[in-house]
Write a protein that binds this ligand. Structure first.
Ligand SMILES: *[C@@H]1O[C@H](CO)[C@@H](O)[C@H](O)[C@H]1NC(C)=O
Ligand SMILES: *[C@@H]1O[C@H](CO)[C@@H](O)[C@H](O)[C@H]1NC(C)=O
Ligand SMILES: *[C@@H]1O[C@H](CO)[C@@H](O)[C@H](O)[C@H]1NC(C)=O
Ligand SMILES: *[C@@H]1O[C@H](CO)[C@@H](O)[C@H](O)[C@H]1NC(C)=O
Ligand SMILES: *[C@@H]1O[C@H](CO)[C@@H](O)[C@H](O)[C@H]1NC(C)=O
Length: 360
């Protein structure tokens, strides 16, 4: 059941707080090109790059660094690694300061428009609503008569077509816009991610105020509606055959060998309210720590399974462990709050792992 959220009555008196000046500061650069030559002379450029485990370890330190974070190209005259965007779209995206984004790849969902009556005039004018689609989905929507208008919009959504998805697995491809908003919108300070199964039912600026500013947070994500421990999530993923079981086990064993322990509700250090997030709705300030976390989480999904609930707690706990004294301001909020501001629909393919919506 959704819970009551005490949003501010309007965005008129919103003042951006100075809290972010106080948050951990460092500077991140991203590897844009790789030149690795393998022993057999065959080099396959990969969107996520070729990160060694040693390099991976170093990236967890919150300090000035250059790291893998998607969008890695190979040497000249190699095929590019994908997620290609139109120049005009890139220019538009570079103009965004506050972003709501989502994606549909592989025609897996219908397109859900934000509830217009809930979005105030300020946000309509100043917030970018960007929906990433692949050609297949664009074709499906257009053939159903729900494609973009001549200005490239469907309702509030500006449609951005992605050519050449970097992964065959559509769900993995969907992690690019989900985790890498700070790469796609390089000048944005705030972003809201919304899975395509959700309809946005609240004003984005009020969301930023409620989940970030008011909580002095730089990253907000909800707890899972049911599970708190990664081992339960592992079992559930296998039970529902969500992914190759061996690959799930390999990832889980790797994490356990690097310090991931069972969630302990009565633990003395309640570091997290749950080890399992419901990641369909994420609110971010693009601070260095938040961006680093996004890159690290993306790299886990790139290296291991695409089931991101399996890597969230590990990534968070390791980041904290390796940076004592440098806080990461995470707001892990209640699932009922997520339900209060989004409306859940079933996927087209009808394979959602969510329970039925509370208000059908
Ligand atoms: C920054 O943090 C210090 C110490 O925690 C606090 O005294 C100060 O008020 C904070 N400044 C802002 C702008 O939040
Ligand atoms: C990449 O390879 C080219 C050609 O082999 C070489 O000239 C260049 O120095 C290499 N760059 C890096 C960063 O290793
Ligand atoms: C980190 O990078 C910033 C910006 O490039 C620079 O001002 C700062 O001195 C660097 N810090 C260290 C410890 O190198
Ligand atoms: C499942 O994952 C394992 C380990 O990553 C791999 O060796 C195996 O080929 C995968 N099986 C299938 C059917 O993809
Ligand atoms: C959970 O934490 C409590 C309090 O710190 C401790 O006594 C207990 O042994 C822990 N349980 C497990 C299974 O680690």
């Amino acid at each position: 059941v959704p819970c009551q959220i005490e949003f501010l009555p309007s965005v008129d008196d919103l003042v951006e707080p100075g809290i972010y000046n106080n948050f951990t500061g460092f500077s991140l650069n991203y590897i844009s090109k790789e030149n690795v030559s393998s022993s057999n002379g065959i080099f396959e450029p990969l969107f996520g790059g070729h990160q060694s485990l040693q390099e991976r370890e170093e990236t967890y330190y919150a300090r000035n660094q250059t790291l893998h974070c998607g969008f890695v190209q190979g040497p000249e005259d190699y095929p590019n690694t994908g997620f290609d965007l139109d120049e005009n779209d890139k220019i538009y995206m570079a103009s965004c300061h506050v972003v709501v984004s989502s994606c549909i790849f592989g025609s897996s969902d219908y397109l859900r428009r934000p509830t217009k009556s809930k979005i105030g005039p300020y946000s309509k004018k100043n917030v970018c609503f960007v929906m990433f689609l692949d050609e297949l989905t664009l074709g499906t929507l257009s053939s159903e008569g729900t494609g973009p208008d001549e200005t490239g919009f469907i309702g509030l959504w500006r449609i951005v077509v992605v050519e050449k998805l970097p992964y065959k697995d559509m769900r993995r491809a969907g992690k690019v816009p989900k985790f890498l908003a700070h790469r796609l919108f390089p000048f944005a300070m705030y972003s809201i991610w919304l899975d395509s199964k959700l309809r946005l039912n609240a004003d984005p600026m009020l969301i930023v105020e409620y989940f970030l500013w008011r909580n002095k947070a730089e990253y907000a994500i909800s707890v899972h509606y049911d599970r708190t421990c990664v081992s339960e999530e592992v079992l559930q993923n296998k039970r529902l055959n969500k992914y190759n079981h061996t690959a799930i086990d390999e990832q889980f064993y790797f994490y356990q060998s690097d310090g991931l322990v069972k969630f302990n509700e009565s633990g003395r250090e309640p570091v997290l309210p749950s080890y399992v997030p419901e990641g369909s709705f994420i609110v971010r300030a693009h601070t260095p720590m938040s961006n680093l976390f996004s890159c690290l989480w993306f790299n886990e999904v790139n290296r291991f399974t695409s089931r991101d609930q399996l890597s969230f707690a590990y990534t968070y706990l390791k980041l904290r462990r390796m940076n004592t004294g440098k806080p990461f301001h995470l707001n892990m909020f209640k699932d009922c709050e997520r339900r209060a501001i989004t409306k859940l629909f079933h996927h087209r393919a009808n394979e959602t792992a969510d329970p039925p919506p509370a208000n059908p």
